[in-house]
Design a binder for this molecule. Structure first.
Ligand code: WTA
Length: 695
């Protein structure tokens, strides 16, 4: 229970954080913020000086057009300057800053005891090796490489190797299905795929190579140019030793320590992956032949760095494009200030690298700062619900960044599994991915952080590249559930339906008025769609798609998506995407999907389906439909509820009224005006046949 006075209470930063903090007071934040928005060239120009540029920019520092009525939307930061992000993250840290022996990552496997560490120097060598492998496979600057890997160090190596040679990586979350992978490979014309044999998530085996193979078959049938698949032997790592021990000297392996520890996972089942010798090559065989030196490709600040797909309200995922220079500045700067990064920190972001959080705050941001991070392969509940805190203690984690869904999940198991562990190393806690409800916030603050650690509730998007609204740990008084105030360079506004800016206390559409360096530059190959999605509704503004309230203190509170998207466990899904998966089943004539509140996941999927004649609604059909969605999109999209609807409520023009379906799903009879419906009679039936319990 959250008392109203607790919700309104300001939680002030603890004094012990202040002396060393980058921003030790609210007044200090306000000064920096003012400069960042009034003099963005100077503010970001000073930050840019902390990075290596092969050559300086030739034109203006920032050039942009945010107004679609005046022409094409474009954003250019430091165009003409050349650099390499991988060089800045690795070579400079090793050679100039003398961090070669510092740990870049502690890798913690799914099984406790399965762990490896890698220093900055080792990481640089591996990245150079893999960059050479990519070169030898014909990958060149501007090419796209698809990466479909679990949370293993090779994932970081592969992405940085792409960045080193100027190829764009497109990382596909390893929980996505073959169809999703295929669609993403085709959309950006990837020429090479990096994947792994298999992995365990908790006690569940995922035969990744088999799924990748299915995707490649589909891609081939649709004319994809992809001709090479590099496979990491992850579950079968021990076999590598057997295969190569006769050779002298043995090839360097990335994960030396794995073989030293007999892990449980090695005793688990790991079937041989399917293999096509014309396409597939082993990662370790390629690496053993590759040099540990590779000259970086000098890229324009505005050259593409990566593409990352995010759900679109049309149902087709959008390939968000980020570029080298601005993204580097923004990921590095936001990491430094938002987590108040200090050189002795051990930082842990639990997000998967397959999502933007893993890109910006597990890879690019921490490495740009020379930080030591934990990279965790497993899940919070395996082998028990204290896993997170045992990892925190094992590595003495100081800064910890996770999602509300994980917090709510752990909350269900009570305080005891948390309190069994010390957690005394923790200094700052972070939250990302969806609004954090005040109850979860307070539990995180009290139980996990023992009222010692500020919580940075960071609001941002795949499209924004980095944090937009967030407290700074030693500067911003916090309110449970509010993402508080804008980060440097960010100018938020709240608009009403007619596009007027609302002042003071207000609620409406959250938009941003001017570009920050980390903003996406386009949707890959679909610039017009980019303009329509983010700039058409309110010309002159970047439109987030989120609703937002500003309180009397000027604090921002995200109220959730206002488009046809929903957020399941911090992952955005579009209702259209799920509907189209359901519609592919032969029994389904019509489908409508709405979000439904869920205690742990935040939101879940409630689906209404109208069946074709000759099909009966049954338990087995429900299971088939669930599987259908899982196979098309991935396990995160598995519907919690599927209700049979003889027909769907529609307007006279034939539009399904999801507004009413949302009310039916939550058993809310306050329907408002239903006079525009063509078939109001169906509503009573749908209320009577609701799914009340999880099927
Ligand atoms: C939601 C994740 C409230 C929001 C980084 C946004 C949040 C979408 C928060 C982007 C937060 C993310 N408070 N809502 N702290 N963080 N969201 O692209 O709806 O996966 O538009 O990026 O998540 O999700 P995405």
């Amino acid at each position: 229970m959250v008392l109203p006075e607790e919700q309104a209470r300001l939680f002030r930063p603890r004094p012990e954080l202040l002396p060393a903090a980058h921003v030790p007071s609210l007044a200090h934040y306000q000064r920096l913020y003012q400069r960042s928005v009034e003099e963005p060239h100077e503010f970001w120009g000073d930050i840019a000086k902390e990075f290596y540029w092969k050559s300086q920019h030739t034109g203006p520092f920032l050039k942009y057009n945010f107004d679609v009525t005046k022409g094409k939307i474009f954003i250019e930061w430091m165009k003409g300057a050349t650099t390499n992000i991988c060089y800045n993250l690795l070579d400079r840290n090793v050679n100039e800053k003398k961090l070669g022996d510092k740990i870049a990552f502690y890798w913690e496997g799914n099984e406790p005891g399965d762990s490896v560490k890698i220093t900055y120097r080792e990481l640089l060598h591996r990245v150079c090796q893999f960059a050479n492998v990519l070169h030898s496979q014909g990958v060149r600057k501007g090419d796209r490489v698809s990466i479909y890997l679990p949370m293993i160090l090779e994932l970081v190596v592969a992405m940085l190797a792409c960045a080193r040679i100027g190829a764009l990586h497109s990382i596909v979350f390893a929980g996505f299905s073959a169809d999703s992978l295929c669609e993403r490979i085709l959309d950006c014309g990837c020429s090479l795929l990096v994947t792994a044999d298999a992995f365990y998530r908790g006690d569940k085996l995922v035969n990744l190579k088999q799924i990748a193979d299915e995707a490649l078959q589909k891609c081939k049938a649709r004319g994809s140019p992809l001709k090479r698949c590099i496979v990491v032997k992850h579950l079968g790592r021990e076999e590598i030793v057997d295969e190569t021990c006769s050779k002298s000297p043995p090839p360097k392996r990335l994960c030396q320590e794995v073989q030293e520890k007999k892990t449980e996972s090695s005793q688990k089942l790991h079937p041989k992956p399917p293999w096509d010798p014309a396409v597939d090559v082993w990662w370790h065989e390629q690496m053993s032949r590759a040099s540990t030196e590779c000259e970086p490709e000098w890229c324009d600040a505005e050259d593409g760095l990566f593409i990352l797909y995010t759900s679109g309200s049309t149902g087709k995922p959008k390939g968000v494009l980020h570029t080298v220079g601005g993204y580097m500045l923004y990921a590095a700067t936001s990491f430094k200030y938002v987590f108040d990064y200090q050189p002795e920190d051990v930082y842990w972001c639990t997000a998967d690298i397959g999502w933007i959080t893993g890109h910006s705050y597990l890879t690019y941001g921490p490495l740009a700062n020379g930080a030591t991070s934990v990279l965790f392969e497993g899940v919070p509940t395996y082998p028990d619900v204290g896993r997170m805190w045992s990892i925190v203690d094992k590595y003495k984690v100081t800064k910890f960044y996770t999602a509300p869904t994980a917090i709510r999940l752990l909350m269900k198991h009570g305080e005891e599994p948390v309190q069994k562990h010390s957690r005394k190393s923790l200094k700052v806690l972070g939250s990302v991915g969806e609004p954090i409800n005040p109850e979860a916030w307070l539990w995180y603050y009290r139980v996990v952080g023992e009222e010692r650690c500020p919580i940075v509730d960071t609001f941002w998007q795949t499209e924004t590249g980095g944090h937009m609204l967030t407290p700074l740990p030693a500067a911003t008084p916090m309110k449970p559930g509010s993402a508080t105030l804008p980060f440097f360079g960010v100018v938020p506004a709240i608009l009403n339906e007619s596009g007027e800016e609302l002042e003071g206390e207000a609620e409406g559409y959250l938009v941003f008025k001017q570009p920050w360096p980390g903003i996406m530059r386009s949707l890959y190959g679909q610039h017009q769609h980019f303009e329509t999605t983010y700039f058409r509704k309110f010309p002159g503004y970047y439109v987030t798609g989120d609703g937002c309230r500003r309180d009397e203190d000027g604090y921002y509170w995200i109220t959730g998506r206002i488009d046809d998207m929903l957020n399941v466990s911090g992952h955005l899904l579009s209702t259209a995407e799920v509907e189209s998966a359901l519609l592919e089943h032969r029994a389904v004539a019509e489908a409508a999907v709405v979000s439904h509140p869920h205690a742990t996941k935040g939101q879940c999927l409630y689906c209404f389906v109208t069946l074709r004649d000759g099909h009966d609604f049954s338990k087995s059909l429900t299971e088939e439909l669930r599987k259908q969605v899982r196979d098309k999109i991935g396990p995160i999209a598995t519907p919690d509820y599927i209700q049979c609807a003889p027909s769907l409520p529609k307007t006279r023009s034939g539009k399904i009224t999801r507004r009413i379906l949302r009310k039916i799903a939550t058993n809310d009879h306050d329907l408002g005006d239903i006079s525009t419906l063509a078939n109001p009679g169906i509503i009573k039936h749908l209320f009577n046949s609701r799914c009340d319990t999880k099927q």
